[in-house]
Write a protein that binds this ligand. Structure first.
Ligand SMILES: *[C@@H]1O[C@H](CO)[C@@H](O)[C@H](O)[C@H]1NC(C)=O
Ligand SMILES: *[C@@H]1O[C@H](CO)[C@@H](O)[C@H](O)[C@H]1NC(C)=O
Ligand SMILES: *[C@@H]1O[C@H](CO)[C@@H](O)[C@H](O)[C@H]1NC(C)=O
Ligand SMILES: *[C@@H]1O[C@H](CO)[C@@H](O)[C@H](O)[C@H]1NC(C)=O
Ligand SMILES: *[C@@H]1O[C@H](CO)[C@@H](O)[C@H](O)[C@H]1NC(C)=O
Ligand SMILES: *[C@@H]1O[C@H](CO)[C@@H](O)[C@H](O)[C@H]1NC(C)=O
Length: 418
């Protein structure tokens, strides 16, 4: 009876959406499911068996507090239920949805038979490190994804199954990463630790994650660059920490880096060839304390340098050889201490530049004038008196310092990893 009612309700919810998809699909926006609506698999009216599962008679038992859709017998929905404890998890369950509850403690008993789990969504609960039994996240040798963001964790729970590939720990109260925390996680490709209180990452904690591609540690308390990053890394997010220095040869060991996001730190100076990385496409160093420009690798497309201390930009340093192979298309330089546009050599050097955004510059001591430098190229029809410079650059209006995983669009580079 209960199940029937749910199916009816679900059919009512799904039907209009199905129609809309044909009528008004917006090809410019990526489809983002409403994060607060729990995901329900589509109903297959002709069959209720997952053909990947062998046809031995499986128990269809489901925890009393939860919902196990008949169409997807390996999934148990326990989300948005004000639960205070984890229900008993039947052994066939592969996807476990526990997000948006009030769970503080996790008892190993609930997980004792949970040997098939592939995905656990435990986000938006009240999980506390000292109330989680050791090994609850290591019962399944098939675990791929564990989502623990928005909890009260003070440590990275360990052990986690060594099969895990994606770990989400954002918005907790984690203040350190110890060596043992990530031990044996040889298959991790994505680790999100944004919005925590991390000020310390122990020497070799990250170096053994030899498949790590994306590391997010934005909005934390780091004073130095995390040591020992694996050479597999492609996306590094360290926005909004307190990092003042990058060791000279830091990136030399990370040849696969495609994007580095380090805005809102305290970087004062970098060696000329610091970012000479063959695959680097996006570099965000906005809101730092840079004074001297550096070499721009040929692959770089987007360079963000707003709100630094640049008084001049020496093109010869950015681009010592003008062979027209540079891919730079966008350069942002507003809120520096420039007194005028950079040398027109820039356009010889960077033939693909579509816009250089200067905008308003910071006032230097003893200088009463606020310098406003028009953007390059100038708008088609000059719009003097229109003080909203940003209108000329709609494509770059986005949160620059949010965790990479929450980026919505316009940033193809990061899409594949969410
Ligand atoms: C996990 O839960 C969060 C919070 O409700 C939600 O935003 C997210 O989409 C869920 N993730 C998956 C993979 O279901
Ligand atoms: C675990 O599974 C076994 C075998 O199916 C069953 O007898 C036992 O009651 C289950 N344990 C719990 C705590 O559910
Ligand atoms: C890691 O991934 C590989 C390839 O998918 C798989 O063969 C291996 O069993 C995984 N390792 C662990 C510890 O699960
Ligand atoms: C930086 O992180 C702090 C918390 O560490 C947060 O309060 C602040 O809003 C963040 N600032 C930006 C610009 O994201
Ligand atoms: C770097 O990327 C290439 C191409 O994707 C890949 O074959 C190689 O294994 C990566 N290097 C490391 C150390 O992971
Ligand atoms: C730019 O830097 C080069 C190399 O250090 C130097 O020779 C040149 O004079 C500088 N150009 C300007 C305009 O300062």
């Amino acid at each position: 009876m209960d199940v029937l009612m749910r199916l009816l309700a679900l059919a009512l919810i799904l039907a209009p959406q199905g129609l809309c998809q044909y009528e008004g699909y917006d090809y410019d926006t990526d489809y983002e499911p409403d994060p607060d609506v729990p995901y329900r698999p589509p109903i297959h009216s002709h069959h209720s068996v997952d053909y990947n599962v062998p046809s031995i008679p499986f128990s269809t038992e489901c925890a009393r507090e939860c919902y196990c859709p008949p169409s997807s017998i390996a999934t148990m929905y326990c989300d948005h239920r004000k639960l205070k404890t984890v229900p008993q998890i039947p052994s066939r369950i592969q996807q476990l949805y526990l997000q948006h509850n009030e769970i503080e403690a996790v008892n190993i008993k609930s997980f004792i038979n949970a040997t098939s789990l592939r995905e656990i969504n435990f986000s938006h609960n009240k999980l506390k490190s000292n109330k989680i039994d050791t090994g609850v996240f290591a019962t399944s040798p098939h675990l791929h994804q564990i989502i623990l963001n928005n909890n009260d964790l003070e440590e990275i729970p360990s052990p986690i199954s060594s099969s895990v590939e994606r770990i989400f720990l954002g918005a907790n109260k984690i203040n350190k990463v110890r060596e043992q925390d990530l031990q044996g996680l040889v298959n991790v490709t994505m680790l999100d630790l944004c919005n925590n209180y991390i000020d310390n990452i122990k020497g070799k904690a990250l170096s053994k994650l030899t498949k790590l591609m994306q590391l997010n540690i934005c909005n934390n308390k780091l004073h130095s660059m995390p040591a020992g990053l694996p050479a597999s890394l492609m996306y590094l997010s360290l926005e909004n920490n307190s990092i003042s220095k990058i060791p000279d040869d830091y990136f030399a060991k990370l040849p696969n880096l495609t994007a580095i996001r380090m805005s809102h730190n305290k970087i004062g100076e970098v060696p000329l060839y610091m970012f000479n990385l063959p695959k680097l496409m996006e570099l965000n160093l906005g809101h730092n304390k840079l004074k001297r420009i550096f070499y721009v690798p040929r692959s770089l497309e987007h360079l963000y340098l707003q709100d630094n201390e640049f008084e001049t930009i020496n093109i010869t340093l950015m681009c010592p050889v003008m062979d027209q192979t540079q891919r730079l298309t966008y350069l942002r330089l507003d809120q520096n201490r420039l007194k005028g546009p950079i040398s027109t050599l820039a356009f010889l050097c960077f033939p693909h530049v579509q816009s250089i955004y200067y905008g308003e510059q910071k006032r230097s001591a003893g200088d009463n004038q606020v310098h406003v430098i028009p953007p390059y190229p100038p708008p088609e029809e000059p719009r003097y008196g229109d003080d909203d410079d940003d209108d000329d650059f709609p494509q770059y209006h986005r949160e620059e310092h949010g965790p990479i995983v929450e980026e919505e669009d316009e940033d193809d580079d990061f899409h594949d990893y969410y």
